[in-house]
Design a protein around this ligand. Structure first.
Ligand SMILES: Nc1ncnc2c1ncn2[C@@H]1O[C@H](COP(=O)(O)OP(=O)(O)OP(=O)(O)O)[C@@H](O)[C@H]1O
Ligand SMILES: [Mg+2]
Length: 198
């Protein structure tokens, strides 16, 4: 695995986990560690203290551990990334027609069928960056098939789910968006009572 490819994969994993891209020092630590440098060498090359580099490095390995669901350390991260890439390649050979990157960073595919049902308009949508990144990671990286979004009425659960579906649409051949039955019933009975009282 080339270092640039490993860095790109790591950056997207970190972004999915934290909502932030790798910063300069994290990138330098990754590059140095990939090449087998000691923390002292990385610290010296980047005009930082050894303890600071160690601390930032440890946080980076923790984020990757969480993201890849296995213990990642300075010693094993290169081997783990390379192994995961081999595993992904094997899975592709076995039958997937989609090209999956390490950790699920899939290439966009052309959607064949989309049915947006009662999806609300989210052309004006603010914030929720870290929530979207978390949900995207759960679907793309962890391959989670069922997720619950809980919150107060009107807080933006439906809007968040539509925005997420829009963001991920190019990664799926089929997309069907449906309103939960309970919400649909509420909406229908509200419409009926208005009509009755009108
Ligand atoms: N991030 C956002 N930016 C802009 N508008 C938003 C955002 N989130 C929600 N809204 C708007 O707030 C309103 C309520 O949002 P939404 O219907 O998603 O809430 P909800 O949590 O699903 O409510 P309910 O519990 O009643 O189903 C909608 O008009 C929606 O467009
Ligand atoms: Mg809702």
């Amino acid at each position: 695995m080339e270092i640039e490819a490993a860095l790109a994969v790591t950056d997207s994993l970190v972004f999915a986990q934290t909502g932030k891209h790798l910063n300069t020092l994290q990138t330098a630590i990754f590059r140095g560690a990939w090449l087998g440098q000691k923390y002292e060498e990385i610290a010296e090359a980047n005009y930082c203290s050894n303890s600071h580099v160690k601390m930032i490095g440890a946080t980076l390995w923790d984020i990757l551990s969480e993201s890849l669901a296995e213990k990642i350390t300075k010693k094993n991260f290169r081997a783990v990334l390379e192994r995961r890439e081999r595993e992904e390649l094997k899975t592709d050979e076995i039958g997937s027609s989609e090209t999956a990157g390490l950790g699920g960073a899939r290439e966009p595919i052309t959607p064949i069928q989309q049915d947006w049902g009662e999806a609300i308009d989210v052309s004006v949508f603010y914030g929720r960056i870290s929530e979207l990144a978390t949900l995207e990671k759960w679907i793309q990286v962890d391959r989670c098939r069922l997720m619950g979004v809980l919150g107060m009425g009107g807080i933006g659960k439906t809007a968040l789910s539509v925005k997420l579906a829009q963001q991920l649409q190019e990664h799926f051949e089929y997309l069907i968006w449906r309103m939960p039955v309970a919400a649909l019933m509420r909406r229908l009975s509200f419409g009926m009572s208005r009509r009755v009282s009108a």
